[in-house]
Design a protein around this ligand. Structure first.
Ligand code: CU
Length: 330
């Protein structure tokens, strides 16, 4: 390959990467639709950072390819040395800046500093809403149930183990709305004798605050809900609260994704609420986002979003019966 050929190859590869990037939203290679109240903030920051980095990526790669083409060795001169301060034609308008090295160094220090400062300040409130416990709200769905739904999630190689309240405890919570935290105040943090354990299925209901108390029984894992724009490492010896809620179904797209399947005798997920049919856009995965061992690739759960707390309770009743069948009556 001639020396100029290399610059063409580099240019083509870069262009192909860029085109691949550009078409990925239509190929299903992009982030899934955000369905939680965190999504707007997170997506805004993601796109701001993406556009800034894309701009500079294209700029620098284009210059590299251009310089490779322009200064490709010809084989005639063994040690090409620039002996003049001549700039090539297309850089003539910039000679003023380029000639004075001090000014160009100021520019490439100052511009990135401004961009980094902007990103640093722009992310403050999104981070606070997702991570500061003071921002953890008690969630209201349309039924005005006071407290958040609390779920204990413990990770281990290689599954997510979800701990739910018993039906009796859940009913007490629903009835005792004047004091919503009383029955459930310590639930998330403290296992109870009547808890119901379910593996890899996180059941919640629409537009109601969920607080997951995340622990791990062995190594580091990372609890990742791509559709909810939530990601939190599980650290050995620590219990970390993670909260989120789906968008208001009245104002936003419907987020419910489960229904009872009579043939399978279980709630199935991945159901488009508009059509009632299976739709991959309504599968809400819970992948582990921290390489945690040989079975990391298969450590994946699903989020089931129910219509309301009544449907959630119906599922819980069935899950509890199943759990007791497997573990024996208490
Ligand atoms: Cu893991």
């Amino acid at each position: 390959m001639s020396n100029k050929g290399w610059s063409v190859l580099f240019g083509v590869v870069m262009a192909a990467c860029f085109i691949g990037f550009g078409i990925s939203p239509w190929m299903g290679w992009w982030m899934p639709d955000g369905i939680s109240t965190h999504a707007a903030d997170v997506d805004f920051l993601f796109y701001v950072i993406l556009y800034i980095t894309a701009f500079f990526f294209v700029l620098t790669e284009a210059l590299i390819v251009l310089f490779m083409w322009n200064y490709a060795g010809t084989g005639e001169v063994k040690h090409p040395v620039s002996e003049t301060a001549e700039f090539p034609g297309y850089l003539k308008p910039l000679t003023g800046i380029l000639h004075d090295q001090h000014r160009i160094e100021m520019a490439w220090t100052f511009i990135p500093a401004v961009i980094l400062l902007y990103i640093a300040f722009a992310q403050v409130s999104a981070w606070a809403n997702i991570k500061y416990e003071s921002r953890k709200k008690a969630g209201q769905d349309a039924s005005q149930i006071g407290g958040s739904l609390q779920i204990g999630v413990s990770a281990r190689q290689f599954e997510w183990r979800m701990r739910y309240p018993s039906v009796e405890r859940f009913d007490k919570w629903i009835k005792n709305q004047s004091d919503p935290t009383a029955a459930f105040d310590s639930f998330g943090k403290m296992p109870q004798v009547d808890d119901v354990y379910v593996v890899n299925e996180l059941h919640i209901w629409q537009h109601h605050q969920v607080v997951v108390y995340l622990t791990t029984r062995d190594v580091l894992h990372s609890f990742n809900l791509p559709n909810f724009r939530v990601k939190q490492d599980a650290l050995p010896g620590k219990m970390i609260p993670v909260w989120f809620r789906t968008l208001d179904p009245a104002k936003q797209k419907k987020t419910k994704n489960t229904k009872w399947n009579e043939a399978k005798k279980r709630y199935i997920d991945g159901i488009n609420p508009e059509t009632g049919k299976e739709d991959p856009n309504y599968i809400y995965d819970i992948p582990c986002a921290e390489l945690c061992g040989w079975g990391h690739y298969r450590m994946i759960g699903r989020v089931y979003v129910h219509e309301n707390h009544a449907e959630f309770r119906d599922w819980l009743e069935k899950a509890q019966a199943n759990y007791l069948k497997r573990t024996g009556d208490r």
